[in-house]
Write a new protein. Structure first.
Lengths: 289, 324
């Protein structure tokens, strides 16, 4: 029993870290641009597929480094070409636009790489278990968690200590004032979108190594990411981080006791949070309304 | 307030010609559709999607609040009707009543949690609630049929004692039945929009802060509007189940919500009849593209992107602007 609980707990943490990477990217874009990027899961898939293409040439490690940057460039271009046209319009247009974009990207992956799942080869040593007792904890899983921790730490450092990062944070709070101070808000939003896409691409490479690739691999991750954001509190990245881990672990632990409710439990958590603390766990007053 | 009323007049009290043309076309569908290569079932599907989108548009177009999860109420209506026919009684009216109540009441309850949120956050929470219903239908195999959907029920003929209307086997009669329900529902919608309550919805859409300063209970009105639109969308869902004799879990999925939003926007979300036009286009496109290519997703996606970038006012909105 302990083994089973432990197994699911680690699973939950790992799934939770994916939610966190996805949700942080989404959250960044929502906070600064007020756009819910429905295509975020498709950026994740593209990150994974790019790694699949790159691995034969530069190996897994190279792909892990390069693929997120390529995804970020794609995100940057998509923002420049499409998303920026809807910032000043009703929210419905940004939702429909990214929704349609997600369809196109998913079909594109299916067209190029085929509808059937593909494996992403990870280095041999990574798939071995850390200790024989806990067979389910492979080095790759440990590695994934470490990478996510580094990425999240780097993101928070970027937002705190760099000029662009500070402007992004300032823009989240009061975009008009930031624009009035002479910051090029349009470029800021493009960079911000690129950072969000980078996180999606990184999540895609990591997920592909664990679960393999398929064109709709992002679909299962996007809803929990929304919920991580709502639970954590819109406007707070720390909240998103907490929300992602919380629902990941909660879903995994439910799997031990009542498997068919494992998806339902994250929605129950969301409903409870909305009832008892409408602004989310760490959300600021007024951000969610 | 004057701008609000004039705009309301332009959309709610529409020219008589428009009304006559629309109803003349709808009433004669079985006569002319076969010549264009269509079939009556697809016309019924257009009406069902139009009703769902027009119900949704009460919220989006006339209250200015964005839900991206109306598939939930559509799907709950469909499952409610299907489950009634399968387990309770072989009666079409009862199935429609219970299905509409299921979807409408679920929406009303969710609405309580929603009303204080706005904009993208409102949309996100509605999406998430929609997915709850999807997962329940998907996971509860023995009751809902899970992934395969709910099968094993057929709509019943309408029995009035003295005479019987066989909508069960006669597709044309069923089309007229759907048209009858559609007519009643949109008539009711027009009445609601003309009532003082409807005017208040428009006021909230035009300027929420001002409406609040005037002392209007904005939250309560948004909640009511959300609830009303859920009842109409659920009613459309029950007709969808009757049309196909099947309730599909994908009818609850957020992709379906996206379709409902798209139909509304494509037709013209600030206009009363826009969603009907949008449904005609959308159903035709879906039918045509899915018969032509397996890459239908890119086509639908491309239509979404093009409509957003180049035709944000929708067809009806463009026509009205040209006239006015």
């Amino acid at each position: 029993m302990l083994q089973l609980v432990l197994f699911n707990l680690t699973n939950g943490l790992i799934v939770g870290t994916f939610y966190v990477l996805m949700a942080l990217g989404l959250s960044l874009i929502i906070n600064l641009s007020n756009v819910v990027n429905f295509a975020h899961g498709n950026f994740l898939a593209i990150g994974g597929y790019l790694a699949f293409v790159l691995t034969p040439f530069i190996g897994f490690w190279g792909a892990l480094l390069v693929s997120p940057f390529l995804t970020a460039i794609l995100g940057f271009l998509v923002e420049k070409a499409l998303i920026r046209h809807v910032y000043t319009r009703n929210h419905i247009y940004s939702l429909l636009l990214t929704f349609g974009l997600g369809f196109i990207l998913q079909d594109l992956c299916r067209y190029i790489w085929g509808p059937s799942p593909l494996p992403l080869n990870i280095p041999e040593a990574m798939s071995a278990a850390v200790t024989p007792d806990l067979f389910f904890i492979t080095w790759y899983r440990v590695f994934m968690v470490v990478v996510v921790v580094i990425a999240v730490a780097a993101l928070f450092a970027f937002l705190r200590f760099t000029r662009v990062g500070m402007r992004i944070r300032a823009g989240t709070l009061d975009l008009e004032t930031v624009a009035a101070l002479g910051v090029n808000v349009s470029a800021l939003r493009s960079y911000n979108f690129a950072v969000g896409s980078f996180l999606a691409g990184l999540a895609g490479v990591l997920a592909a190594g664990q679960l393999g690739l398929n064109p709709n691999m992002g679909d299962d991750l996007i809803m929990p990411s929304f919920i991580a954001i709502i639970v954590g509190g819109v406007g707070s990245l720390t909240g998103t981080l907490l929300g992602g881990l919380l629902i990941g672990v909660a879903a995994a632990l439910t799997t031990v006791f009542y498997p068919s409710a494992s998806e339902a439990v994250i929605y129950i958590i969301m409903a409870l949070v909305l009832l008892l603390r409408p602004r989310g766990l760490l959300g600021e007053e007024g951000m969610l309304s | 307030m004057s701008t609000v009323t004039t705009r309301a007049d332009a959309t709610v009290v529409r020219p008589w010609q428009q009304l006559v043309i629309i109803w003349a076309l709808l009433l004669t569908v079985p006569l002319w559709l076969p010549f264009l290569g269509g079939y009556t079932a697809i016309a019924a599907r257009v009406l069902v999607m139009a009703l769902a989108a027009m119900g949704f548009n009460m919220l989006l177009g006339f209250t200015g609040v964005l839900s991206f999860g109306h598939a939930a109420y559509f799907g709950l209506g469909a499952y409610g009707a299907g489950l009634t026919l399968k387990y309770v009684a072989h009666s079409t009216p009862l199935a429609m009543l219970l299905g509409t109540l299921l979807g409408g009441i679920a929406g009303t309850l969710f609405g309580l949690l929603l009303v204080r949120r706005r904009g993208v956050y409102f949309a996100m929470v509605t999406i998430a609630f929609g997915q709850v219903c999807f997962y329940i239908a998907y996971r509860w195999d023995d009751f809902t049929g899970g992934y395969d959907g709910l099968r094993g029920f057929v709509r019943s003929a309408l029995d009035f004692g003295l005479f019987k209307i066989d909508i069960q086997n006669n597709g044309t009669l069923f089309y007229y039945f759907v048209l009858f329900v559609f007519g009643l529902a949109v008539g009711l919608q027009a009445l609601i929009l003309k009532s003082p309550f409807g005017r208040t919805m428009l006021a909230i859409r035009e300027n929420e802060r001002r409406a609040r300063f005037l002392g209007l209970p904005v939250e309560k009105h948004i909640w009511l509007s959300f609830s009303i639109s859920c009842f109409f969308t659920a009613l459309a869902g029950t007709l969808y189940a009757l049309l196909n004799n099947f309730a599909d879990p994908l009818g609850l999925n957020y992709v379906m919500s996206g379709n409902i939003v798209m139909i509304t926007v494509m037709g013209g979300m600030r206009t009363f009849w826009g969603p009907l036009l949008g449904a005609v286009l959308f159903v035709m496109l879906q039918d045509y593209v899915s018969s032509m290519t397996t890459n239908w997703m890119s086509f639908v996606g491309l239509v979404f992107v093009l409509v957003v970038l180049f035709f944000p006012r929708g067809l009806m909105g463009m026509l009205q602007r040209r006239n006015g």
